[in-house]
Design a protein around this ligand. Structure first.
Ligand SMILES: Cc1ncc(COP(=O)(O)O)c(C=O)c1O
Length: 392
């Protein structure tokens, strides 16, 4: 019995790969987890009460698109954060943003463009679901370097016209995982112009928008609205996993134009898994509250400052503009990850597990990704061990 060919070249997912690399080796000291982007800051204190009050909601099938209350809370947040008014028919609640990223591509990518196989553009390195979504719809994934040379964001405008004219979707992640780059207003505006010129959609993954160093990152919703761009041509994704420190809640949202949203919602109604009702109630309260977000941001900003002090004067160290990761150059990311684990117990992720080989070059292979998710003192211990082991 055959298996589908389209996923046959997929590498193992990053974390099983990491377990394969490290788990046969004893850690050099008490382990410190800096590999997964799982925030360890406190979740909002109202969560337990809301869950208890709404526990009966597990007895009913939840609304597919989100309760009116949740959609209203999201729309309120978008308006406060970006100054953009969104009707509820432009928003859908997600059962974790990852499924939304995948399913939106399924709903929005056409089978062909001008009679040719479509292309889906993505940065390299990148959050891995982008590539799997491209393969699932039969498109050709094109991995575009997002390295020091390009300001850690993809330079889509530099691609040949024959690629751009076959492009149906392009992913952009800002703040970027893993590089920590933030797309400026000009970058986003130019990208909208490019997508207009070549008639493709933008899918903007802005899950890390509330974790930033100097200023709140601009969002595609605000730039699109300011330019009067066609809202059907871009979709924006957000998550409570990072904003509210609740990766286990599995809650986010997608926003786009009404027709694109209708297509995403229709697919969801057949094949999707909506968020359970009590969890929609929790999500609603999270989007309405900013105090817990500000408290968490202060902790990240303190850790950025601490990392800058610990690595002061070390070649290649760069603070991210946003997000929760350091993206550090090393000789060989896999070898460095293994050495670090065996000598110090610090667990990080090799950059190559988030990037692809293109023409013999893999832009992540000489990097490690370091998650600043643990409490401050544990993060400090981890970073000092890392510096002394790899940058000493
Ligand atoms: C860039 C990026 N997008 C999306 C997600 C998925 O977020 P969620 O937990 O809401 O599925 C993550 C999670 O790590 C991420 O790093």
């Amino acid at each position: 019995m055959a298996f589908p060919e389209r996923f046959s070249n997929l590498p193992d997912y990053a974390f099983p790969r990491l377990r394969k690399l490290l788990d046969a080796h004893a850690p050099g000291a008490a382990p410190i987890a800096m590999s997964i982007g799982e925030p360890k800051h406190p979740m909002p204190d109202f969560v337990a009460g809301i869950l208890a009050e709404n526990i009966g909601g597990f007895a009913v099938y939840p609304p597919n698109d989100g309760t009116p209350g949740l959609l209203d809370a999201i729309s309120g947040w978008v308006s406060r954060r970006y100054g953009v008014a969104l009707d509820q028919d432009r928003i859908m609640a997600l059962n974790g943003t990852r499924e939304g990223l995948f399913n939106a591509a399924l709903a929005l990518a056409p089978e062909e463009k001008s009679g040719k196989r479509p292309v889906i553009l993505m940065p390299n390195p990148f959050y891995q679901v982008y590539a799997v979504a491209a393969l699932a719809v039969g498109a050709e994934p094109v991995y575009v370097p997002a390295t020091a040379a390009t300001g850690y964001l993809p330079d889509y405008a530099s691609l040949p016209a024959d690629i751009l004219s076959r492009t149906v979707l392009a992913w952009i992640c800002s703040p970027a995982n893993p590089q920590g780059a933030v797309a400026s207003r000009d970058y986003l505006s130019d990208l909208l112009d490019l997508s207009e010129k070549y008639d493709f959609r933008l899918l903007a993954d802005e899950c890390y928008s509330e974790i930033w160093r100097e200023a709140p990152p601009p969002g595609l919703l605000e730039i699109g609205a300011a330019k009067g761009a066609d809202p059907e041509k871009y979709a924006v994704f957000h998550s409570l996993s990072k904003r509210s420190n609740m990766p286990g809640l599995r809650s986010g949202f997608v926003a786009t134009g009404p027709e694109s949203m209708q297509r995403i919602r229709r697919l969801r109604s057949f094949a999707g898994a909506p968020l359970p009702l009590p969890l929609q109630m929790v999500a609603e309260a999270c989007w309405r509250d900013e105090a817990h977000v500000a408290a968490s941001l202060a902790l990240y900003q303190q850790k950025y400052r601490m990392a800058a002090e610990i690595f002061a004067g070390h070649q290649g160290f760069r603070l991210p503009d946003g997000g929760m990761f350091l993206w550090l150059p090393v000789q060989n990311g896999e070898a460095a990850t293994l050495k670090l684990w065996r000598e110090t117990g610090v667990r990080v992720l090799p950059g190559a597990y988030l990037s692809r080989d293109v023409g013999g070059d893999n832009p992540g292979k000489d990097y490690i990704r370091v998650a600043l998710v643990a409490p401050e003192e544990e993060t400090r211990r981890g970073l000092i061990r890392l510096r002394d082991c790899l940058f000493g």
